[in-house]
Structures are given as structure tokens and as C-alpha cells.
Design a protein around this ligand. Structure first.
Ligand SMILES: C[S@@+](CC[C@H](N)C(=O)[O-])C[C@H]1O[C@@H](n2cnc3c(N)ncnc32)[C@H](O)[C@@H]1O
Length: 407
């Protein structure tokens, strides 16, 4: 995915200082300077990062109770667990959300509304909402000045931390009129994602949350469609971000297929990453899945923490889906695709093979294929889009002789 440099370098010492101030004010850090103190990080943060990593990797693969059901309250030191999440997992998820926003920006998506209401489910420390702030700051999609974000979270203290973090971050990014409302609530699909009295929203945001719901993908898709029909504004969008692990990524792909199967009114469009409604190329192979990757300059303390924990967050993989409630033609929602009769999205890196690039594409017409294209000066990487390329040859190994442009 192509992310502007200003965004990939925005998580510098100033960002680190901001996190330190918020965590100190919340009583999670003894003093702001400790964010870089090796002794403190190795004793009080790194062990909890490792524990959370193990728990997150177990989600979905075993019975639900074995995972993180009550993770905020687990263990003898819930404050350090919360701090570990805030310092170690939150920034990456924030950046992933911002990257999806920058992809919308890159393809020309712009809001045409004077009011803007977003809702984030399982917001944790307001991660996704702050990701939208970062995205809007570096890749603006035209949010109105006084946009509001409703944060829904089952853990009260994490929600309070999120409220403080959002407030500090909006000031940091000079977006003074952005605001939040917080809702301490345990979501249950039996009751629906939102009460019927809840308002409508322009943006429905879920970052690393759906995988904590153990209903079938069909049940999840039906509940999402119901929530969107009742609470997503016309021309509003839903952004769903999930881990890149095979199991969780495939569940998101299945949810996509179920959304398409159950959207009888054809009220919703799959925008990203697929750019269309083709049957999923990855799902047809039981061993396959689909993910994106973004690189960034990690905050300095996170580099230290990664060294201590053996994690490597230089590159951040994830799976995602953006759905629009719209019946407009694709190019009027994503004007960068104007004139695109066909689109092929790179779903792998592009390798240089002789005078060619070789990569996998997923196309709106012909699903997933291994493809080759003659090397040019155009930068080609995972997430690039070939517009009006004409593939020829064996469907398993296609040559694209030319294309009108590469986005
Ligand atoms: C992995 S964390 C992700 C947090 C945040 N969205 C992010 O990307 O950093 C999942 C969050 O969902 C919340 N959550 C899980 N199940 C929930 C439920 N049934 N109701 C409300 N919140 C829930 C958890 O408390 C946790 O904060």
C-alpha cells in the first residue's frame, strides 16, 4: 500500500512524547521519561507485550474462552497490561487505519457532508478514531471541521484512556474541533451492534475487533448489514481492519462473500481492497488469504521494545475491507478510477524477473492470477492497481502486455 512519506514518518519523538504525557497523566507511566527507559520497558512492559501477543495469536484458533475474553482485567497488574497495549499494539493499529484512509484519499474519495459522525466499535484506546485523525491530517478526505467520533468499548479504563488520547492527539494534529462521545458498553450481536435509538453515522469503524466475535461469518455479515441499513448514512462507509493471519484474514474474506450474498437490495458496494464484487480469488484456495502491508518509522521507544520482545513491527501486515452504502458508479466514489474498464490490484510484492515484473493480481473480471508485466519506470508494489491492462495467456500465468496507467 502506498502511504505518503509525511504519514509514515509522523510517529517520531513528538508522537512518543505525546504518548508518554497521556500515559503519565493516566497513571500508567511513573513519569514521561520512562517511555525510553530500558529498565522500565523490560520489566514492566515487555513481559505484558509477550503475553498479549500470545493471547492475540490464540484468538479464533481455539475455543473463545481460551482467548482474551477478559484480558483487560487479567493478571495481577492490569495497569501494565493496559500500558503494554497502548505502547505496543495501539500505534501500529492507528497507523494501519490511517493507511486505509490514505488509500481512500489516493483514489480520490472525498466526503460531501457538512456534519460528520463516526462510530468505532471495540475502540480500545480510541485507536481507529485516532488513525482517522492521522489519515485526515496527512491524506485529507475532506472531513468537516467539527467531526464527532462515538467510541464504544467494554473496558471502562481503556475507554477513558482513549478519550484522553483522542483529546491530546487532536490538539497535536491541530484539529481542534474534532470531538468524541464515549459509550461504556459490552456489545452482543443478539442485541445488534447499536440500539435502535442510536443515530446514523457516516463512518463505521472496526479495528481488530471482529475477530473477537465468535459467531459464524454468515451471522456476522447479516448483523453488519442490519447495522448498516439502520445506522449508516447514504454515501457512508464502513472500514473493517483485521489481522493478517490466515484464519482471521479468511474470516474477513468470508464475511465479504456473505455480505455480497445477503445484500439483496444491492445497497452496498465493496470498495477496497477489491474494487468490485468479483468472487474472492484467495478464498477459492483453502491455503490462501489476502493481506496488505505498510512500512513506517516506528516511534523510538517501540524500536527498543521490539528488540526486547523479538517482535518486528517495521512492516505492519493486516487485512481490510471498505464497504460503501452507495449505488453511485465506482468512479464517482473513487474518481482516480475514471475510465477504468478493468482493474487489476497487486496482491503480492512485485519481483523483478529478467526484464519483467512478476506478481499476483486480483482483478474485477478474472479473480486471482500470477501475472507478468514488462518492467517500466513505474513503481510497482503490493496494492498497486493496473488500469485497463489486457491479460493474455494461461489464466494461471498471464502476461499483461500493457495497461493505460498504474495507480
Ligand atoms: C484487540 S483490541 C482492539 C482495540 C482497538 N480497536 C485497536 O485497534 O487497537 C479489541 C477491543 O475490543 C473490545 N471488545 C471486545 N469485545 C467487545 C464487546 N463485546 N463489547 C465491547 N468491546 C469489546 C476489547 O475490550 C478491546 O478493547
Amino acid at each position: 500500500m502506498k502511504v505518503p512519506t509525511s504519514l509514515s514518518t509522523a510517529f517520531d519523538e513528538n508522537f512518543q512524547n505525546l504518548l508518554a504525557e497521556v500515559a503519565t497523566a493516566d497513571g500508567l507511566l511513573p513519569s514521561a521519561g520512562e517511555i525510553q527507559a530500558k529498565r522500565f520497558l523490560s520489566r514492566s512492559v515487555a513481559p505484558h507485550v509477550q503475553r498479549l501477543t500470545e493471547l492475540f495469536n490464540r484468538i479464533g484458533s481455539e475455543n473463545p474462552e481460551s482467548g482474551l475474553e477478559k484480558y483487560w482485567k487479567k493478571g495481577s497488574n492490569p495497569e501494565n497490561l493496559r500500558l503494554a497495549y497502548f505502547l505496543s499494539f495501539m500505534p501500529g493499529n492507528l497507523y494501519r487505519t490511517a493507511a486505509v484512509w490514505s488509500e481512500l484519499h489516493r483514489l480520490g474519495f472525498r466526503w460531501q457532508t457538512e456534519n460528520f459522525r463516526a462510530v468505532e466499535f471495540g475502540a480500545g484506546p480510541a485507536t481507529g478514531s485516532c488513525g482517522i485523525l492521522a489519515g485526515e491530517s496527512h491524506s485529507p478526505c475532506g472531513l468537516p471541521k467539527a467531526s464527532n467520533f462515538a467510541l464504544i468499548e467494554q473496558d471502562r479504563k481503556t475507554l477513558q484512556l482513549g478519550e484522553k488520547f483522542f483529546d491530546a492527539y487532536r490538539k497535536h494534529l491541530e484539529l481542534p474541533d474534532f470531538s468524541t462521545r464515549t459509550f461504556h458498553r459490552k456489545l452482543s450481536l443478539k442485541q445488534g451492534w447499536l440500539p435502535s435509538s442510536a443515530p446514523t453515522f457516516h463512518l463505521w469503524l472496526m479495528s481488530y475487533v471482529l475477530n473477537e466475535f465468535h459467531e459464524s461469518t454468515e451471522e456476522l455479515a447479516i448483523s453488519l448489514l442490519k447495522g448498516w441499513r439502520n445506522h449508516l448514512e447514504p454515501e457512508g462507509i464502513a472500514i473493517l481492519i483485521e489481522p493478517a493471519l490466515r484464519l482471521q484474514s479468511r474470516r474477513l474474506l468470508e464475511i465479504r462473500q456473505q455480505i455480497l450474498a445477503h445484500d439483496q437490495g444491492k445497497e452496498f458496494q465493496i470498495l477496497l481492497p477489491c474494487l468490485g464484487h468479483q468472487s474472492c480469488g484467495a478464498l477459492s484456495d483453502p491455503e490462501d488469504w489476502c493481506h496488505e502491508e505498510v512500512s513506517w518509522w516506528r516511534p523510538p521507544y517501540l524500536r527498543l521494545l521490539d528488540e526486547m520482545t523479538g517482535l518486528d513491527r517495521k512492516t505492519l501486515p493486516f487485512s481490510y475491507l471498505v464497504v460503501a452504502r452507495s449505488s453511485k458508479p465506482r468512479e464517482s466514489i473513487l474518481p482516480a478510477l475514471e475510465g477504468a474498464k478493468t482493474t487489476h490490484r497487486l496482491v503480492s510484492p512485485a519481483y523483478q524477473v529478467g526484464g519483467d515484473y512478476e506478481f499476483y493480481t486480483c482483478g474485477t473480471q478474472d479473480g486471482k492470477r500470477r501475472s507478468r508485466l514488462k518492467r517500466t519506470n513505474d513503481e510497482l508494489s503490493r496494492g498497486s492497481i493496473l488500469v485497463n491492462g489486457s491479460p493474455r495467456g494461461d489464466p494461471k500465468a498471464t502476461r499483461i502486455d500493457q495497461c493505460d496507467r498504474i495507480i
